[in-house]
Structure formats: C-alpha cells, structure tokens
Design a protein around this ligand. Structure first.
Ligand code: CA
Length: 225
C-alpha cells in the first residue's frame, strides 16, 4: 500500500514514515501544502495523512480540492487541537478520520489499516483465498495451517494482489502501490518479488495461487486463466 504524508513537522513525518515502512508501506512525504496537493493529485495513493496547518496551502483546502477533483483517496487529518467546529468542517469536506496530536503511532497504524480495509471494502483485517490467509496488521501469512515468513515488501506485494484477488493486476499497478516516488531500482523488480512469493506461497502445493497473465501482469486466484 502506498501512503502520502503531508506534514511540515519533519520529525513527526519521519517517525510516521519509519513505522509505515517497517509495515511494508511505500511512503512519500510532502513538507508543505503545495507539494502535498501536487503529489496527491498526480500519484496513486491508497491513503493520505494530512496535517491541518501547513504553509502555502492548508490541510482543509487540500482536502476540499481533492474531493472536488473527485479523488476519493482516504484521508486522515492530523491536528494539534481539534474543536468540534473543525471536526464538522473536516468531515463535511471529505476527511475520513482524525488524529489529535500527540498520538501514538500504534493508534495511527490501526486507523490506517482500518481505513484502507474500508476503502477496499474488506470487512475483516484478514484476507483469504483457498487455504491462504493473510493478516497485514499482524504480519501473518498462513498457507494450509503453516506460517510463512515474508519480508515487509513481499507482504506488501502479496497484500496488493489479495486486495485484487481474481483480478489481473499489471506490473505498473503493483509498482505504483508498493514502491514510492523515489524508487528507481530495477525495472524487473516486480517479477523478482513475484518469483520469490511463488516459491514461498505456492512451493510444495499442488494448487497454484499466483498466476502469470502473459503480456498483462499477475493474478492471485484459485484457478489460472
Ligand atoms: Ca503543521
């Protein structure tokens, strides 16, 4: 999953980023409102963490401009102290949740996961297909009752496929949601990760879950094409 943090307090921004990267998220940072609005409008994010008080363009304006452009990315607003009035205004212009500073990272993390689930219309934190069960919040991957160890990035690729199970996703879609703006690594990185996931998820199992759709991309599903 890919997250944009729009926050001018660099220390806070990097603490949040560090925690999310450990969870396998791809994280971009913007340190003022203008840069934030630009990135939010041009890149594919699964969630935006948006501070209210920013230079150039404030959080309320960013939120309302995104919604006016019909960009529906879930937004969590961060604010030093929130009044009832702010809360109502923020919800009116389309924010999905609030965190009042100071907050614990764990609280933010569980709200992020909840919002992403809601936006992908998954009721529970667990994603499953056949005998494979994935719980991103607990970093847990189990196939046929056996725990499988994945790195955060491997888990992120698997989670993305699971959110789109039975659908074909292209390499570009995976890249855009699992790696951040600054990524300029190998062009075949997605294939490398899929190969590793295949080994770990499908290795030794008769039923293969990860399928290659030639010329298009990949699919996780109970059956191939
Ligand atoms: Ca601020």
């Amino acid at each position: 999953m890919r997250v944009l943090i729009i926050e001018d307090e660099r220390r806070l921004s990097s603490v949040i980023k560090k925690g999310l990267v450990e969870d396998g998220f791809a994280v971009d940072q913007a340190f003022d409102g203008e840069e934030g609005l630009f990135l939010a409008r041009s890149e594919a994010y699964d969630l935006i963490i948006l501070d209210l008080t920013l230079s150039k363009v404030d959080g309320m304006q960013i939120c309302s401009q995104l919604r006016k452009k019909n960009i529906k990315t879930p937004i969590i607003m961060l604010t030093a102290k929130i009044t009832m009035e702010d809360k109502i205004k923020g919800l009116d212009i389309g924010a999905d949740d609030y965190m009042t500073k100071p907050f614990s990272f764990l609280e933010l993390r569980s709200r992020i996961h909840a919002l992403i689930r809601r936006s992908k219309q998954h009721a529970s934190s667990q994603l499953s297909i056949a005998d494979l069960e994935v719980d991103p919040l607990k970093h847990s991957v189990i196939r046929a009752g056996k725990q499988i160890r994945l790195t955060p990035k491997e888990l992120a690729v698997l989670e993305f496929l699971m959110h789109h199970k039975q659908e074909v996703v292209s390499r570009t879609m995976i890249l855009e949601h699992v790696w951040d703006y600054n990524f300029d690594g190998m062009s075949n990185i997605v294939d490398v990760f899929i190969a590793t996931l295949r080994k770990k998820i499908d290795g030794g199992h008769k039923q293969k879950l990860i399928h290659t759709i030639h010329g298009v991309g990949y699919k996780i599903g109970e059956k191939g094409v």
